[in-house]
Design a protein around this ligand. Structure first.
Ligand SMILES: NC(=O)c1ccc[n+]([C@@H]2O[C@H](COP(=O)([O-])OP(=O)(O)OC[C@H]3O[C@@H](n4cnc5c(N)ncnc54)[C@H](O)[C@@H]3O)[C@@H](O)[C@H]2O)c1
Ligand SMILES: O=C(O)C[C@H](O)C(=O)O
Length: 327
């Protein structure tokens, strides 16, 4: 195994999510391999980022091999093995994530181009900044030399939220819950699926045995959790988003558990009739740095309608960013 540091870029590093994410990355959340952080920010935020770097230094983390900061994407992304694209404006109260398309889309055009030019051959790119799926699509389209399968958008937070809600409902431990799936967009149309999930080996929908709860409580609670947090905190989820960003990156690099799968928004090749080329959330397993969509699940009418609604929204977002000239 190489002891060369893993070069990890984080954008928006001086933001809320960055303030949690950087310390977890630096303290070994991705494993024992030393890590070199490459932190990208806009010029006005660099001073604040310098303060965060002082704090990173002060932690004396054994796994932190170096930190570089800057506002030039081509310098910061040079040779990176993992790029976590967090930097983007968050939504405020009353906004939908799709409202951020034009505000944030341009960031991902430029960053996709920069990654295409200078990232390491083995780069993996995880997009957390909203609207995450379509931002990942923009970055992917602007990076034609990087395989499309190296891009993903974060739906792991939704996945974790769904596990937590189901555990609370059934009295099970979160570790007793397997095979959770989030389908579609990281938005209010997402579909958290209990029909393929398991609680202690039992089908989750059967274990719950309460279709009204599933439809009127579970699905909307998970899908609208981001808005509930904005309403309560006055700003969007940060520590939980950082934690999910790490869960997703760790499983992508090191592999998912043998008896389980995870949710990742990845490029569709037409699986489950999701239109080709969209970045949509699927059940995936990961191994050796690659993901594969779990195939062969039976999709009933209830699930079909919800997957179709969310992927229709993704197709609309793709049309919108095409019209904006971003892809
Ligand atoms: N996918 C998810 O599950 C999920 C969860 C929570 C938040 N988010 C999203 O993550 C994003 C960041 O959230 P936050 O709370 O950290 O926001 P924040 O406003 O606290 O931080 C964003 C940071 O990005 C920086 N930035 C802006 N443009 C940039 C650019 N071109 N290059 C580099 N940095 C840039 C800003 O200066 C700022 O420091 C938002 O879009 C938010 O909606 C996604
Ligand atoms: O909801 C938001 O805008 C923030 C984030 O995407 C979340 O799900 O918490």
């Amino acid at each position: 195994m190489t002891s060369e540091p893993l070069k990890v870029a984080v954008t928006g590093a001086a933001g809320q999510i960055g303030y949690s994410l950087l310390f977890r990355l630096a303290s070994g959340a991705l494993g024992d391999r030393p890590i070199e952080l490459r932190l990208l920010e806009i010029e006005p935020a660099l001073k604040s980022l310098e303060g965060v770097v002082m704090e990173l230094d002060d932690c004396a983390f054994p796994t932190l091999a170096g930190v570089e900061i800057g506002a030039d994407a081509e310098k910061i992304f040079d040779g990176v093995n993992l790029a976590l694209l967090v930097g983007a404006r968050p939504r405020g109260p009353g906004m939908e994530r799709g409202d951020l398309l034009s505000a944030n889309g341009a960031i991902f055009t430029a960053q996709g181009k920069a990654l295409n030019a200078v990232a390491a051959d083995d780069v993996r790119i995880g997009v957390t900044g909203n609207p995450a799926n379509t931002n990942a699509l923009i970055a992917m389209t602007n990076a034609p030399d990087i395989p499309r399968e190296r891009f993903s958008a974060l739906t792991r937070l939704d996945h974790n939220r769904a596990i937590s809600q189901l555990a609370a409902k059934t009295g099970a431990k979160v570790t007793d819950i397997k095979k959770m799936t989030i389908w579609g967009n990281h938005s209010a149309t997402q579909y958290p699926d209990l029909f393929h999930a398991e609680v202690n080996g039992q089908n989750a929908a059967e274990a719950v045995g309460d279709q009204a709860w599933l439809e009127n409580d579970f699905i909307p609670t998970v899908a609208k959790r981001g808005a509930a947090i904005i309403e309560a905190r006055g700003s969007s989820s940060a520590a939980s988003a950082a934690s999910a960003t790490i869960d997703a990156a760790r499983d992508w690099l090191h592999g998912s558990a043998a008896d389980d799968w995870v949710s990742m928004a990845v490029v569709s090749h037409g699986e489950y009739d999701v239109p080709e080329g969209l970045i949509s959330s699927f059940p995936v397993t990961t191994s050796g740095g690659d993901w594969s969509i779990v195939e062969g699940l039976e999709i009933d009418e209830f699930s079909r309608a919800r997957i179709d609604a969310s992927t229709a929204e993704l197709a609309d977002e793709r049309n919108a960013v095409t019209e904006l000239g971003l892809i």
